[in-house]
Ligand binder design. Structure first.
Ligand code: ATP
Ligand code: MG
Ligand code: MG
Ligand code: MG
Length: 477
C-alpha cells in the first residue's frame, strides 16, 4: 500500500508516471477537481476527475474531509496555481465525511471554534502548519544539544519535591479521595499512599538535572511539566513542555551565551526547513492584521522578524539598570498602567517587561542579577549579598521565554537560604548531597517550548500551538 507523499509529487519528479496517493479531500469543485492533502505539505494536489467514468455512488462520497486513495497519472497542469496534477483513473473511498455534520468545512473557521474541535483542527491549513513547525522545532532542539555535547536526560514526572516551593502542583495520589486515611491532626495521611508520601506532578526537572550535570557534564531535559496555576492567560498552560539544559562548570555568562545561541540556532533551523509553512503563517497574519488599526499591527512580517532574531545580539541588562530605565520612562497616559517602579526589589510586571523589549530596546532582552528576594532559593548569591545570578530572557510579543540562573554551589550558603525560607533540609537532603560531594559551579535554564512555538509561528494564543491544550476547566479528552 506504499504511496507517494504529496510533497514528493509536487516536485514533479514522477511526471507521466502512474502513481498512488492517499489523503483527505479539502475541496471538490464542479464534480471535477479534488484538492487532496495528506499532511506532508501545506499544498494540495489537484486531482482531475472525468466524472462520466465514475459511478454516482463514488462521486457522492467525495466530500470535504473524506479519506481517499487515488491512482492516476501525474501530468503537467494547465490550470493556475499548480505545476502538476493527477489525471484520476481509480478512486477508493477509505471513509466519507457527511457534509451535514463534518465541522471542518472549507470556509474560514475562528480559532475559538476550532479549539472546541481539538481532534479535528489539525486538518486545517493553520493548525497543520503550526504542528509541522512544532515538530521541526523539537527535532532542531535535540539536534542542537546532540551537536554540542549534551546528553538527553529524563527527569521523573512524579516527584516528592516542590522545586520552587510555589505550591502550584498537581497532587498525585492513589488514596480514596472520598475517604482518605487521616492523621490525628485531621490531615490526609499520605504514608498509606502508593508512594508512601505526598507526591506531585513535576513543575520542573531542574533539581534532578543538576544531579545529572554533576556527573555527565552537560545534560538537558525536554518533557512535559505541570502547573496548577489558575491563570487564564494566552501565555500559560497547565501542561506544557519545557527544555531544561543544565551544565557543570558554566557560570551565568556562559549560560546566557548558550541560551542565546540555542534560541538562534533552532529558529534558524525552522527558517531553513519550514519555508512553506512560515510563508503560509505569515500571510495568515497579514490577512488578520488588515482588520486591526495601524498602531496595533506588528512592525515586521513573520519571516523578517525571525531573521531579525537570528541575526542580532540580544541586549543584556541588569535588573538594576532596567529599574533605572523604567524610572526614567514617561508614563503612557493613554493606557491604564504607568511604567513606574519606585522601589528597587519589586518584581517586574509583564507591562514593564514589554516596555523594555518592545519600546525601549526593540530586541530580545536578557535581564540578569535580580534581587535575591524575588527569585528561587537555589540561585547563586552575588558578592553584594543582595542579588542573585538569575536571568530571564524576554521576547517581543511573548514576554518571558526563558528563566535561568547560575546555581548556588556552596553548601553553607544554600543551607542558610533554605533556613531563611523555612525549607526543611530533610526534604532536599539529596540536593544538599550534590554540594557535599564534588560540588562545582553550574548553571542552567528553562525554556517554555510552547512560547517558542508561539514566537516561531506568530500565533497569538498558547492554546493554539499545543495539540490538546490543558487549561483550567479544560481537559475534555
Ligand atoms: P511566568 O512569569 O510567565 O509565569 P515563570 O517565571 O513562572 O513564567 P519559570 O518557572 O521561570 O516560569 O519557567 C521557565 C519557563 O517556562 C518560562 O520562562 C516560560 O517560558 C515557561 N512557562 C512557565 N510557566 C508556563 C506555563 N504555565 N505555560 C507555558 N509555559 C510556561
Ligand atoms: Mg509563572
Ligand atoms: Mg516569571
Ligand atoms: Mg521565570
Amino acid at each position: 500500500m506504499r504511496s507517494v507523499s504529496i510533497k514528493e509529487l509536487l516536485t514533479g519528479k514522477q511526471l507521466l508516471q502512474e502513481i498512488t496517493v492517499n489523503g483527505w479531500v479539502r475541496t471538490f469543485r464542479s464534480n471535477r477537481f479534488i484538492a487532496l492533502n495528506d499532511g506532508s505539505t501545506i499544498n494540495n494536489i489537484q486531482c482531475v476527475v472525468d466524472f462520466e467514468k465514475f459511478e454516482d455512488d463514488i462521486l457522492r462520497q467525495i466530500n470535504t474531509g473524506a479519506a481517499l486513495r487515488i491512482k492516476g497519472t501525474l501530468v503537467e497542469s494547465q490550470g493556475k496555481g499548480q505545476n502538476v496534477e493527477i489525471q484520476v483513473k481509480e478512486i477508493f473511498v477509505h471513509g466519507g465525511a457527511d457534509p451535514e455534520v463534518y465541522p471542518i468545512q472549507p470556509k474560514k473557521h475562528s480559532l475559538e471554534f476550532l479549539r472546541e474541535k481539538a481532534h479535528l483542527r489539525v486538518r486545517t491549513n493553520t493548525f497543520s502548519a503550526v504542528m509541522r513547525v512544532r515538530s521541526a522545532l523539537s527535532f532542531a532542539i535535540h539536534q542542537y544539544f546532540r551537536n554540542n555535547g549534551f546528553y538527553y536526560f529524563h527527569a521523573p514526572i512524579i516527584t516528592g519535591s516542590d522545586a520552587e516551593g510555589a505550591g502550584e502542583m498537581f497532587r498525585v495520589t492513589t488514596l480514596d479521595e472520598k475517604n482518605p486515611p487521616l492523621n490525628d491532626d485531621g490531615r490526609v495521611n499520605f504514608k498509606e499512599d502508593f508512594f508512601g508520601k505526598e507526591t506531585n506532578l513535576t513543575v520542573s526537572g531542574q533539581l534532578e538535572a543538576e544531579a545529572y550535570a554533576m556527573a555527565l557534564g552537560k545534560v538537558y531535559t525536554f518533557g512535559p511539566t505541570f502547573r496548577a496555576e489558575n491563570s487564564n492567560t494566552s501565555r500559560h498552560l497547565a501542561e506544557f513542555w519545557m527544555i531544561e539544559p543544565e551544565m557543570a562548570f558554566y557560570d551565568l555568562d556562559a549560560n546566557m551565551d548558550l541560551a542565546e545561541d540555542f534560541i538562534k540556532s533552532v529558529l534558524k533551523y525552522v527558517l531553513e526547513n519550514c519555508e512553506e509553512d512560515l510563508l503560509f503563517l505569515e500571510n495568515r497574519l497579514l490577512e488578520e492584521e488588515k482588520s486591526k488599526p495601524q498602531t496595533e499591527r506588528s512592525e515586521m512580517p513573520l519571516i523578517e522578524k525571525l531573521k531579525f532574531i537570528t541575526d542580532n545580539n540580544f541586549k543584556r541588562v541588569t535588573y538594576t539598570e532596567a529599574i533605572e530605565i523604567l524610572r526614567n520612562s514617561k508614563p503612557n497616559k493613554k493606557k491604564k498602567f504607568q511604567y513606574l517602579i519606585d522601589e528597587w526589589g519589586a518584581d517586574l510586571q509583564s507591562e514593564h517587561e514589554r516596555y523594555l523589549v518592545e519600546k525601549h530596546f526593540k530586541c530580545p532582552v536578557i535581564l540578569f542579577d535580580y534581587p535575591a528576594k524575588i527569585k528561587a532559593f537555589y540561585m547563586r548569591l552575588n558578592e553584594d549579598g543582595k542579588t542573585v545570578r538569575a536571568m530571564d530572557i524576554l521576547f517581543p510579543g511573548i514576554g518571558e521565554i526563558v528563566g535561568g540562573s547560575q546555581r548556588e554551589e556552596r553548601l553553607d550558603v544554600l543551607k542558610e537560604k533554605m533556613a531563611a525560607l523555612d525549607i526543611p533540609e530533610e526534604e532536599l537532603w539529596w540536593y544538599l548531597d550534590l554540594r557535599k560531594f564534588g560540588t562545582a559551579v553550574h548553571s542552567g535554564f528553562g525554556l517554555g517550548f510552547e512560547r517558542l512555538v508561539l514566537f516561531a509561528t506568530g500565533m497569538g494564543n498558547i492554546r493554539d500551538v499545543i495539540p490538546f491544550p490543558r487549561t483550567p476547566q479544560n481537559a475534555e479528552f
